[in-house]
Design a protein around this ligand. Sequence first.
Ligand code: IMP
Length: 178
Amino acid sequence: MFADNVEKVLISEKEIVDRCKELGAQISKDYEGKQPMIVGLLKGSVPFMAELIKYITVDCEIDFMAVSSYSGTESMGDVKIVKDLDCSIKGMDVLVVEDIVDTGKTLEKVKKMLYTKGANDVKIVSLLDKPDRRTVEIEAEYVGFTIPNEFVIGFGLDFNQKYRNLPYVGVLKEECYK
Ligand code: IMP
């Protein structure tokens, strides 16, 4: 069974849902009177974004963008747009939804791209943050959970495109990638 490759559950489904409620309430307060464009980074943000937006109570729009930079457990460094936004974000307050901030390279580039497209403001909400791995100066304004330097899967996060459908965040057994 594919879940046999999970070393341990790091964050349970209930903990994620509870945290999404808190983040949604905070975001709704901070964006009061604004109409943010919520941009999910495909594919990892999908389960988190689906849960989070239920608790955002201000008028908002959603869109998706896909960038590529990873292969297996290693960042390739080079960030490319694989699927661009459908909507214009000119003058809009953009909230980027990401699964994890690791080295920070992806979000640094995405943030620049969104400002180049005319965004008024770009903020980031990430389900997970691995600050020990950071190589560029970037922080998400909203973080679900800060985690240690371990390769995690589930709730959108993949290893070679698998395990995104796990309903929790778990640590992948080392033997799967060593
Ligand atoms: P960064 O550019 O190094 O911050 O990488 C961000 C992207 O790397 C995330 O959107 C994930 O797709 C991927 N990533 C980083 N760490 C992990 C992990 O522990 N598990 C699965 N994907 C990861």
